[in-house]
Design a protein around this ligand. Structure first.
Ligand code: COA
Length: 330
């Protein structure tokens, strides 16, 4: 009997209007456009307006999806939101998005897997569809990283941006869709990349605010090394167990955290430039949104075509990481 697979049938994206480029950052901290471009590949990033929340960006990305594809919100069964910048602790961002877009028949939840959020969410969505229980799953990657960023700290403020992107998953009996995935986690990573306060361990107090504990902290070099080795390792394992070689990949969409991480990963996977999607120069690291933004941009540029073998790979806080292999069907 043929297997039911989950495939992406519609996509959309949103990035806030305000753009913060490297020259503006030069005026805010001791940095330079030259350093940022050379060390990260980033030139500009979008920044959410005051009062704009992750649910607003996701809802705008959904509107973009509706302008491109015929999607009836009432037919959506499930909304999975990957975010580390939810609107509030509760209700879930998924509930707010459900209300905003009129997906009255959907249930949903948020998942916290930092930069791996979108690939984790794809894996979860695939399981719900493959077991035949649900037919339309909206997967959202939305993060307002500027809400966690200290714009007086040059170590981190150059790296992040805000954006949202969405993908609708539906069942297919064709020879396409999500073929396989591998997801991983190593909790030792909790010491290298985190926001210390605001949760149950260190609830917000004047002291936590004074100590800037609500901002992202990371040990950049450690994160860098893990990201390169883990993204490459999990991608090689995934290709191997599906009997594919690097040359079979038409499009590799890696998490966009640093162009040098991507380059090192690409070289380990022995891929050519034309097989790789890079848009970090325009958006910086938008956490859960980087991979779906890469999908939309690659599709818009005609670089992702029906039947293409697509490999996605991410690494993030936790540490979490994972890769998804799919045959593109749009
Ligand atoms: N502008 C100018 N100089 C800067 C700078 C900035 N924004 N940030 C750091 N520097 C300086 C450092 O102070 C250091 O100076 P020193 O040599 O006098 O001590 C020098 O540049 C090199 O710093 P270093 O931290 O070694 O740079 P790096 O090559 O490791 O790059 C990161 C730093 C953060 C860009 C890099 O480690 C990285 O991208 N890590 C992964 C981060 C990440 O992806 N996080 C998200 C999770 S997926």
């Amino acid at each position: 009997m043929k297997k039911i697979r989950a495939t992406i049938t519609a996509i959309g994206k949103y990035a806030p209007e305000r753009i913060l480029n490297n020259y503006e950052l030069e005026k805010m901290v001791d940095t330079s456009d030259e350093w940022i471009r050379a060390r990260t590949g980033i030139f500009e990033r979008h920044i959410a307006a005051k009062g704009e929340a992750s649910s607003d960006m996701a809802s705008a990305a959904f509107e973009d999806m509706q302008s491109r594809f015929k999607v009836d919100p009432e037919e959506i069964d499930l909304i999975i939101v990957a975010t580390i910048t939810p609107d509030m602790f509760f209700p879930s961002t998924a509930a707010i998005i459900q209300h905003n877009i009129g997906a009255t028949n959907a249930f949903g939840f948020d998942i916290s897997a930092a930069c791996s959020g979108f690939v984790y969410a794809l894996a979860i969505a695939a399981e719900f569809i493959e077991n035949g229980r649900y037919k339309k799953v909206l997967v959202v990657g939305s993060d307002i990283m500027s809400s966690l960023t200290d714009y007086t700290n040059r170590d981190t403020c150059i790296l992040f941006g805000d954006a949202a992107s969405v993908a609708l998953l539906e069942p297919t009996m064709q020879d396409n869709g999500i073929l396989d995935y591998i997801m991983k986690m190593d909790g030792k990573g909790k010491d290298y990349l985190y926001v210390a306060a605001g949760g149950s361990k260190n609830p917000a107090t004047h002291e936590t605010i004074d100590k800037k504990m609500h901002y992202i902290y990371q040990e950049g070099k450690t994160v860098f090394k893990f990201a390169v080795s883990k993204m490459a390792e999990v991608s090689v394992d995934l290709l191997k167990r599906n009997s594919f070689k690097s040359k079979d990949i038409e499009m590799f969409i890696p998490h966009q955290a640093n162009k040098r991480i991507i380059d090192a990963c690409v070289s380990r996977l022995k891929l050519k430039d034309e097989q790789v999607m890079i848009n970090i120069d325009k958006y910086a690291n938008t956490t859960a949104a980087t991979i779906p933004l890469g999908i939309v941009d690659a599709y818009d540029q005609g670089r992702l075509k029906k039947g293409d073998l697509l490999l996605m790979s991410a690494f993030g806080g936790g540490f979490t990481w994972g890769s998804v292999l799919m045959k593109w069907s749009l």
